[in-house]
Design a protein around this ligand. Structure first.
Ligand code: EPU
Length: 421
């Protein structure tokens, strides 16, 4: 028995779709909340399985988790116990590694299983480890588990060889309780990092420079509870903008910070998408002219997001001419191309690039979500394709997209879940 998503493609989309809170902020904010001695209330929590896994980890540590509303969480660490995190929930998502930073910061000791997450090729965490060591932690690796410990953490300058999102967040979480000042040089600048810094500062942290390449953290003695609202999910928004470009007659994507999507909006304008935006909405209207091909290179923010590479690839199968897509973040992140080719696309992959030869007609068939954003690309392709697309391994999609079937059905898509043998 397996649950799949089925799409009968070719239906025009109309209406308004609302974006949820950002997954990649949420998965950092929840581990960050345990740094507090008090209650942290976060609103705008997306209803996705990664959140469920994090809640499981919190409850395992005796943290009281309540959800006054579906999109709210209250995290109370009063009775928290710093147990070794060697449970299955840790392996279900990459972001469980944020407990390394937060528990090391708070307790100066953490034992944790190797994190899981999407298979996008090699995903080392050497920069996280280097940062923790620079702060004074000793790291042991034993049979798939990391053990980090320190007598005390002392602020220092840490240069990241690559502007890693995860390493930036993890190091700053450990550094909030370090003695003195920590400076992260060549820090990542993604909006989710700023969101995390904003919440930590509300808790009493002293962090400056979020959104720039130099983040300065002055260590403090104690963090308190706070109230925080999560930023909208720019990747979910971008996915819906792309599928509106593919099949929309008139679609409004609501609860968006358009600035977070500048690179996508520019690319879409370039290929001929009829797109405009206001304060917190993006509007896509049908353009009767076919789209033109383009070249795109994924980059750290504010460059084109790697997480929107796969959905854009699906759209570019409909553009006239050859589009070259180059990955600079995860050079092997092209598994969706094989799946799209099964549907009739003509994509030639030679890592770190792929060439989409368009336009091609897409036809529904059985495909597999090999990772979260591959799943998103297959939804885009399934909406375009003639016939029925059956997407397998949809647990990847459920890790990051809240209610995708209900949201797209409301726009007029013929999409549903089915249990098959
Ligand atoms: N890297 C290293 N060493 C490290 C850390 C990273 O070599 O210690 C390399 C990675 O292998 C990769 C690059 O640096 O080639 C970028 O990795 P980064 O650390 O920035 O990514 P991440 O923190 O693991 C987050 C998102 C990803 C998103 C990337 C890039 C979360 C939980 N994940 O991953 O989201 O693709 O940033 O923006 O925030 C997704 O949502 O589908 C997803 C994979």
């Amino acid at each position: 028995m397996e649950e799949v998503i089925k799409i009968n493609g070719g239906k025009p989309l109309n209406g308004t779709i609302r974006v949820s809170g950002a997954k990649n902020a949420t998965v950092a904010l929840i581990p960050a909340a345990v740094l507090a001695y008090g209650k942290v209330k976060i609103v705008g929590i997306p209803d996705i399985s990664d959140v469920k896994s994090l809640e499981e980890i919190l409850e395992y540590m005796n943290v009281k988790v309540t959800t006054p509303n579906i999109d709210e969480i209250v995290i109370d660490t009063t009775n928290m116990v710093n147990k070794p995190l060697v449970i299955d929930a840790v392996s279900k998502l990459r972001a469980s590694y944020y407990f390394m930073g937060s528990l090391l910061g708070k307790y100066k000791h953490v034992a944790i299983r190797m994190p899981g997450g999407c298979n996008l090729g090699p995903r080392p965490i050497d920069l996280h480890i280097k940062g923790f060591e620079a702060l004074g932690a000793k790291i042991e690796y034993d049979n798939g588990n990391y053990i980090l410990s320190a007598d005390e953490l002392i602020g220092t300058r840490i240069y990241l060889d690559f502007a890693s999102v995860g390493a930036t967040i993890n190091i700053l979480m450990a550094a909030v309780y370090a003695k003195g000042q920590t400076i992260i040089e060549n820090a990542a600048r993604e909006p989710e990092i700023i969101d995390c810094i904003n919440m930590l500062n509300k808790m009493g942290a002293r962090i400056r420079g979020g959104g720039t390449s130099n983040i300065v953290i002055d260590g403090v003695e104690k963090l308190e509870g706070c109230f925080h609202e999560i930023i909208p999910d720019r990747i979910e928004a971008g996915t819906y903008i792309i599928l509106a470009a593919a099949m929309g007659e008139h679609v409004i994507i609501d609860n968006v910070i358009p600035y977070h999507l500048d690179s996508l909006i520019s690319k879409l304008k370039e290929i001929g998408v009829n797109i405009s935006f206001s304060y917190d909405q993006v509007e896509v209207a049908k353009n009767d002219k076919p789209y033109e091909s383009t070249n795109v290179k994924t980059m750290p923010f504010p460059g084109y997001a790697t997480d929107l590479q796969a959905p854009l690839t699906a759209l570019l199968t409909q553009a006239i001419g050859n589009s070259k897509i180059t990955e600079t973040i995860y050079i092997e992140r092209f598994k969706h191309c094989n799946e799209l080719n099964k549907m009739g696309a003509n994509i030639i992959t030679a890592s770190p690039s792929a060439t989409v030869v368009g336009p091609t007609e897409l036809t529904g068939c059985d495909v597999k979500a090999t990772d979260l954003r591959c799943g998103a690309a297959l939804v885009v392709a399934g909406l375009i394709a003639s016939g029925t697309t059956t997407i397998h391994d949809i647990y990847h999609i459920d890790r990051g997209y809240e209610d995708i079937v209900a949201k797209l059905s409301a726009l007029g898509a013929d999409i549903y879940r089915e249990i098959i043998d």
